[in-house]
Design a binder for this molecule. Structure first.
Ligand code: AMP
Ligand code: MG
Length: 411
């Protein structure tokens, strides 16, 4: 496999993810109560016009626009929720409420503020009545046959409201990806344990679980394995059998105890193992059957960068989202940045200035073990290799991870 022995540029690795990952997960039905945040599995098509009747947008009187009668007899009170069997003719009016159907014959609604009552008559203080005013015509919100929401859209407040108004009490959504998270390493202890000499607490397992859950995955396993070949073979084999995506951390570098790399070769088709990127060089991607396996490096930042760039892309593909690739933006460096020997994913805070230009500042020292470099970062600025430093104001590309907030004056 030629792509496993050379350092693969991250874009080529993403291309491989796109090539290898092309099936969407199956759909399942959920009740509207549980549909928020889920992904629509099929387009939502309007099967009727909305509103289904001409509806008043005001509390007032339904009348005929070019009726010149000095006053009009009120022949009914039309509330929202029923439909009176009346017809408005010259010299008559119906009291009408917002959302109520406009009675037959009427073609405009006069707001109550522009009227005066005399016994059971109404006088209209508006001599320029126009047809259609204050009425939502049939189909003005949506028309039968319209594609309202494409498959792959995330169901938010507006989407769920449309589903409800069209009578979809249950909705077909993409099944949540079943994800397993396995951290490996003999040095790892649990967060509630005091690390002994040479030991550290396992943090990746929790970071990756939260990252997967934040995406909308069902994390079906989150555990820790030793640096032992047989145990890992059994563990990973079992997880592959019941997961859509298996995420491991650690054990993919070139050390004696980095056992996952060869295990992946044994268990499936390895598509890449070493990337021309920093952090995250020893990132493994393997597939077997329908299961995707990502072997992330153990350093906490490398693991999260790998998740954001490659695993999220794969998750967006298998959940049928329309734009699976990482979202790029052009940003300017707000401070000098050192060149690197590999494409560096510099953790940064991107803000916009008062003219809308985006500026990136690093989150501080960028070592791959320093989780603090991820805290507060809303972008990875892609720093291409070069032997001299980047200067403030230079234009570079960044992967945007979270909304760009705040603004600051131009530096
Ligand atoms: P490895 O990729 O296994 O060589 O690990 C690289 C570095 O990441 C080592 O310093 C490990 O101790 C550290 N590391 C590995 N796994 C974890 C983890 N789950 N949580 C925190 N640090 C880890
Ligand atoms: Mg290790």
């Amino acid at each position: 496999m030629s792509t496993t022995d050379r350092l693969l540029p991250p874009q080529e690795a993403l291309d491989i993810v796109f090539r290898e990952v092309n099936e969407r997960l199956p759909a399942e039905q959920v009740h509207l109560h549980d549909a928020g945040g889920r992904i629509l599995a099929e387009p939502l098509v309007a099967d009727r016009d909305l509103p289904p009747f001409p509806a008043s947008t005001m509390d007032g009187f339904a009348v005929i626009a070019d009726d010149v009668s000095p006053w009009r007899e009120i022949i009914g009170d039309q509330y929202a929720g029923d439909m009176l069997d009346i017809e408005i003719t010259e010299g008559t009016a119906a009291r009408i409420m917002t959302g109520a159907p406009v009675p037959k014959g009427a073609n405009t609604v006069v707001p109550v503020e522009n009227t005066e009552l005399r016994d059971d008559h109404v006088i209209i203080n508006d001599d320029e009545l126009r047809e259609g005013v204050n009425i939502r015509p049939v189909g003005s919100d949506l028309r039968s046959g319209d594609i309202l929401i494409e498959a792959g859209a995330v169901i938010g407040p507006a989407e769920v409201g449309l589903l409800a108004s069209l009578g979809h009490a249950r909705v077909n959504v993409v099944r949540k990806p079943r994800v397993s998270v396995l951290s490996t390493g003999d040095e790892l202890v649990e967060p509630d344990q005091e690390p002994g000499p040479g030991q550290i607490r396992d943090s990746n397992r929790f970071s990756l679980k939260v990252a997967a859950e934040a995406f909308g995955c069902d994390v079906i396993y989150c555990g820790h394995g030793p640096d032992d070949e047989d145990s890992l073979r059994t563990l990973v084999g079992d997880l592959i059998g019941r997961s859509d995506v298996v995420i491991t951390s650690g054990g993919v570098s070139v050390g004696e105890k980095d056992l996952l790399k060869s295990l992946f070769m044994e268990l499936g088709n390895v598509h890449f193992q070493r990337l021309y990127m920093k952090p995250g060089k020893p990132l493994n991607f393997m597939t077997t059957g329908q299961t995707l396996v990502f072997g992330l490096p153990g350093n906490p930042v490398s693991a999260l960068v790998g998740f954001e760039v490659f695993i999220k892309t794969a998750l967006r593909i298998i959940t049928g989202q329309p734009h699976p690739a990482p979202r790029l933006a052009t940003v300017r460096l707000a401070e000098p940045v050192q060149g690197s020997d590999r494409i560096e994913y510099m953790r940064a805070v991107v803000t916009s200035d008062d003219q809308g230009a985006l500026w990136a500042r690093t989150t501080g020292p960028q070592q791959s073990a320093r989780l603090m470099s991820m805290v507060g970062a809303n972008a990875f600025v892609q720093i291409a290799p070069r032997d001299h430093d980047y200067q403030p104001d230079e234009v570079v590309e960044a992967i945007i991870l979270a909304p760009v907030t705040g603004s600051e004056p131009r530096p």
